[in-house]
Design a binder for this molecule. Sequence first.
Ligand SMILES: C[S@@+](CC[C@H](N)C(=O)[O-])C[C@H]1O[C@@H](n2cnc3c(N)ncnc32)[C@H](O)[C@@H]1O
Length: 231
Amino acid sequence: MTFSIHILTLFPEFFDGPLKASLTGKAIERGHFDVQITNIRDFATDKHNKCDDLPYGGGAGMVMKPEPLVGALEKAREQQPKAPRILLTPQGERFDQHIARELAEGPGMILTCGRYEGVDQRVRDHWIDREISIGDFVLTGGEPAAMVLLDATTRLLPGVLGNEESIADESFGEDDEMLEYPQYTRPRSFRGHEVPEVLLSGHHARIEEWRRNKARERTRARRPDLLDDQE
Ligand SMILES: C[S@@+](CC[C@H](N)C(=O)[O-])C[C@H]1O[C@@H](n2cnc3c(N)ncnc32)[C@H](O)[C@@H]1O
């Protein structure tokens, strides 16, 4: 069964470029996963196609109305009864490689992009399964966050990357949580800066050891929290 991603948004055009570019575009073309975009506005119920309204109780900004959002969520659910309905929000659990791996195991996901001040709480309480944030900052809308989830999750699907080893080896890997070691490519000397000798030695065991040490050093300096569990 193909992994299916359904994105609910007020700005479908946001995804035109990112879904065509690079590895993501190729993977969709090859059928490794599929993406459907739904314009929430198509489910507006009043004659002005309104999707936002003033907050009860007053205050700044507008709130996304429940009718169009729930219409779009119900349609998506009909098509994908088993996919989690996710709301992108800075108030959600923090997205990381563990969640990406977990989502990649599933049948797909329904990604709901918020706008304005946020989403009517009743939609969050009754039509959303999971709330996810991509970090402690506030975006204008959920679209870039949806693209982050899509990218990080789909590159873990079988066949998408081509070289499966690159997943095992990279930062936040399944076996150890360390950051990746430094990488070099040709030329051997660039503006007076040399590639470390050991990488040119052809000695696989020494190269492995150097990489392990560098990964640990870098992780200790930048993300000691990742080592806490392992030491
Ligand atoms: C301006 S934000 C609303 C922020 C909201 N007033 C709050 O304080 O939590 C508009 C939309 O952008 C999206 N968004 C903003 N920051 C995000 C983040 N860090 N992760 C995921 N989605 C985010 C959400 O969909 C949100 O509904």
